[in-house]
Design a protein around this ligand. Structure first.
Ligand code: NAP
Length: 489
């Protein structure tokens, strides 16, 4: 039996060998591989669904939906790679007669960075895990991937890994293109991040875990990027006039969002901010009733259940925090009890603990006495994946300065909608300033997720036959390029 360090070294040597052929495989071959992954995952059938249900406590409909999202992502990246424009080809031809100095021929495109390590997420056993967005965007870029299976769903991860390995065999790619390792405890994961052949890391999980791996990567002799998605409380701001008119409707929408998936979404609305008035009182009454009638649900694993109970207790112990409503059903050990509490803005502003993520079906209402206090609360927020403003168009326009502040804090701004439900499409940003992620310039959802695993390279004075096809004069791939400052196909 190899030690974790030996396993990691063997995996990275294998990945590095695979990288040198995989990065140069055709667009068609990479697209075929990604589509084969989707087919092989589908071929796992009911076994995958029942295994994931058993390991995560998630219901069948959710797992089936997530499987569709996972295979959809594989096919989305297959289309992207096949189309080829994502390499952002730029061509500036030479100006030999330019005075005072001639201009050389310079051409640029994006290329894959090398072997990528992925830490699967507990809360999305399929779509953010073994064949999730991190893995398929890295494979699409041309990077081999090593997945560290999440310890809470090892059998699900093993099944999905077997599907990817079959896709590797079917398309005749080297086996080092995808590898799957298990390891409880931090030794294996840390060794993967520290290995000199690892060139980037994708992670979804706790702030402590993501930040520890990020720090480790920065301390390497050759630092590498860690794209970690960690902690967000997704503030929802309720504007006063609209809230007075729609208190019950708004409360019902938020009850559904807070309790969806037992609150275990990175986009769970953990903070509600509003100005005190009759509308807010009506809203809180209605929200509290809805939460009281909500059923507790089993959380993903005992560690998450323990964390939820610990963090919830800690939040409720803080001075000035009042419970407004909680599920009246009894709760067993691994379940999360839906609960909403409130606090006055002055207290929220002076206690940083109240702005920390409580991962589960919990939301804190911050009561502001006026707009200037609401502005102060918004200015005080940490980085977020999302921020929502609920109000009719005219009222939102009246409070447009809020947008100006919120845009500095978040990756996605929502008007009249809740943060749960992340659409997978090219325009999606699923990312945001720290601590939401370690790098707010990137998204982990949508086609631009590929940009985390590439780097630009310029080719100067290259003869045509030595250039990559994407940069040749005659455009053999028919992709969009910026050719002497003009977009051309
Ligand atoms: P986690 O504890 O951060 O673990 C995620 C993965 O990272 C696991 O594979 C874990 O390995 C590894 N890991 C964590 N810290 C590490 C370190 N210092 N060195 C090396 N590897 C490390 O996350 P989790 O178990 O999925 O959930 C725990 C908490 O994270 C939740 O209660 C919740 O608060 C938060 N969470 C947030 C989100 C979000 O989207 N915001 C999503 C999921 C979880 P091992 O466990 O095998 O050692």
């Amino acid at each position: 039996m190899n030690t974790p360090l030996e396993q990691v070294d063997a995996a990275l040597q294998e990945a590095q060998i695979a990288f040198f052929s995989y990065k140069n495989s055709s667009r068609k071959m990479k697209a075929e591989f990604l589509r084969a992954i989707a087919e092989q995952i589908e071929a796992l059938g009911g076994e995958l669904v029942s295994t994931a249900m058993r390991e995560t406590n998630l219901p069948e409909a959710r797992i089936v939906g997530e499987r569709g999202r996972t295979t959809g992502q594989c096919r989305m990246f297959a289309d992207l790679v096949e189309q080829g424009d994502w390499v952002e080809a730029r061509i500036d031809t030479a100006l030999p007669d330019r005075a005072p100095l001639p201009k050389p021929d310079i051409r640029k495109m994006l290329i894959p960075v090398g072997p990528v390590v992925v830490f699967g997420a507990a809360n999305f056993p399929l779509a953010y895990s073994t064949a999730g967005g991190d893995t398929v965007s890295a494979l699409a870029a041309g990077c081999p991937v090593i997945v560290k299976a999440h310890p809470a769903h090892t059998a699900t991860s093993e099944l999905v890994a077997s599907a990817i390995k079959k896709a590797v065999d079917k398309t005749g790619l080297p086996k080092g293109v995808f590898q799957h390792l298990h390891g409880n405890g931090f030794e294996l994961g840390q060794a993967l991040v520290k290995h000199p052949l690892t060139k980037a890391v994708g992670f979804t999980g706790s702030l402590a875990g993501g930040k520890a791996l990020f720090d480790l990567a920065c301390q390497r002799p050759q630092p590498i990027p860690v794209f970690a998605e960690m902690s967000s409380i997704n503030p929802v701001i309720l504007l006063p006039k609209t809230l007075s008119q729609q208190a019950e409707k708004t409360a019902a929408t938020l009850v559904a969002s807070i309790t969806q998936g037992v609150g275990q979404f990175c986009t769970n609305p953990g903070l509600i901010i509003a100005i005190e008035n009759e509308g807010l009182d009506k809203f809180i009454k209605s929200l509290s009733e809805g939460i009281s009638n909500s059923l507790p649900g089993a959380l993903l694993h005992q560690g998450i259940a323990n964390n939820y109970n610990k963090r919830l207790t800690h939040a409720l112990e803080q001075n000035g925090v009042t419970i407004e409503g909680q599920s009246t059903s009894s709760v067993i050990d691994n379940q999360g009890k839906p609960l909403v509490a409130s606090v006055h803005a002055t207290t929220f502003l002076t206690n940083p603990l109240l702005a920390e993520e409580v991962f589960g079906p919990f939301s804190l209402i911050v009561k502001c006495k006026d707009i200037s206090e609401l502005n102060a609360v918004v200015s005080h927020l940490n980085g977020q994946l999302t921020a929502s403003i609920l109000g009719d168009e005219n009222e939102v326009a009246t409070y447009s300065s809020l947008i100006n502040t919120l845009i500095e804090k978040t990756g996605r701004l929502i008007i009249n909608g809740v943060p749960t439900g992340v659409e997978v499409c090219p325009s999606m940003t699923h990312g945001g300033p720290f601590p939401a992620t370690t790098d707010s310039r990137f998204t982990s959802v949508g086609t631009d997720a590929i940009k985390r695993f590439v780097r630009p390279v310029s080719f100067q004075n290259f003869p045509q036959r030595l250039l990559p096809d994407e940069l040749k004069d005659n455009n053999p791939l028919g992709i969009w390029r910026l050719f002497n400052n003009e977009w051309k196909k």
